[in-house]
Design a protein around this ligand. Structure first.
Ligand code: CA
Length: 203
C-alpha cells in the first residue's frame, strides 16, 4: 500500500520513511508543501501523513484544498504535543486522525492501518484473481485456501499486478510501486507518478 509522507524535518522524515517501509508500505516522501500539493493530485495513495508546518504551501492549506476537491484520501496529521489549537483546526479542516510528536512508530503504523481499514469498510478491499485472494489491509495472500508467505516487496509487486489483472505493467511502474521515490523528491518524479513523461529526479 502506498503512502504519501509530507514532512520537512529531514531526520524525522527519513526515520518515518524507513519505519513505514519496514512495516510493508511503499512510501513517497515530500519535504515541502509545493511538492506535496502536486503529489496529492496523483490519486495513487491509500493515506497521507501530514506535518502542518511546512516550507512552501502550508499543511493546513493543503488539507483544506484536498477536502474542497471532495478528495476522501485518509489524512493523519502530525502536530506538536502542545499545539492543541493546530490539532483542532486540522480535524476541523478534514483530517481523519492525528499523532503527537514525538510519537511511537508502532502506534503510527497501527493508526495508519486503522484509517485505511475504515475507508475500505464500505467495500471489500480484497483483490481476487482466480483462486488467489489478496487482502491489502490484513496483508494476507492465499492460494487455493492456503496462506502464502511473501516478503513486503513481493507482496507490493503482487498487489500492483492484481490491481490491473491482464495488463502488462512497465518496469518503471512496478519499481515505483515497490520502492516509491528516492530519498528526496523532485517535481519531475511526481510528474512521472501522474503519468506525464518519465524522468527520475532524486535531489
Ligand atoms: Ca515542520
Amino acid at each position: 500500500m502506498r503512502l504519501l509522507l509530507i514532512e520537512d524535518d529531514a531526520m524525522l522524515g527519513r526515520a518515518m520513511k524507513q519505519g513505514l517501509a519496514d512495516a510493508g508500505f511503499t512510501v513517497d516522501w515530500a519535504n515541502n508543501g509545493n511538492d506535496a500539493e502536486l503529489a496529492l493530485t496523483c490519486g495513487v495513495y491509500e493515506a497521507a501523513l501530514l506535518d502542518l508546518g511546512l516550507p512552501g504551501k502550508d499543511g493546513m492549506n493543503l488539507l483544506r484544498e484536498l477536502r474542497e476537491r471532495r478528495d476522501t484520501l485518509p489524512v493523519l496529521i502530525m502536530t506538536a504535543r502542545d499545539a492543541v489549537s493546530d490539532r483542532i483546526a486540522g480535524l476541523n479542516a478534514g483530517a481523519d486522525d492525528y499523532v503527537l510528536k514525538p510519537f511511537d512508530l508502532d502506534e503510527l503504523v497501527a493508526r495508519v492501518r486503522a484509517l485505511i481499514r475504515r475507508r475500505a469498510a464500505g467495500g471489500s478491499p480484497v483483490l481476487e484473481c482466480g483462486a488467489l485472494p489478496l487482502d491489502p489491509v490484513q496483508e494476507q495472500v492465499q492460494l487455493d485456501g492456503q496462506p502464502v508467505q511473501l516478503s513486503a516487496k513481493e507482496f507490493a509487486l503482487l498487489e500492483k499486478l492484481m490491481q490491473r489483472p491482464g495488463l502488462v505493467l512497465s518496469r518503471e511502474k512496478l519499481e515505483d510501486a515497490i520502492y516509491g521515490w528516492g530519498e528526496e523528491v523532485g517535481v519531475q518524479r511526481i510528474r512521472n507518478v501522474r503519468g506525464v513523461g518519465y524522468k527520475v529526479c532524486e535531489t
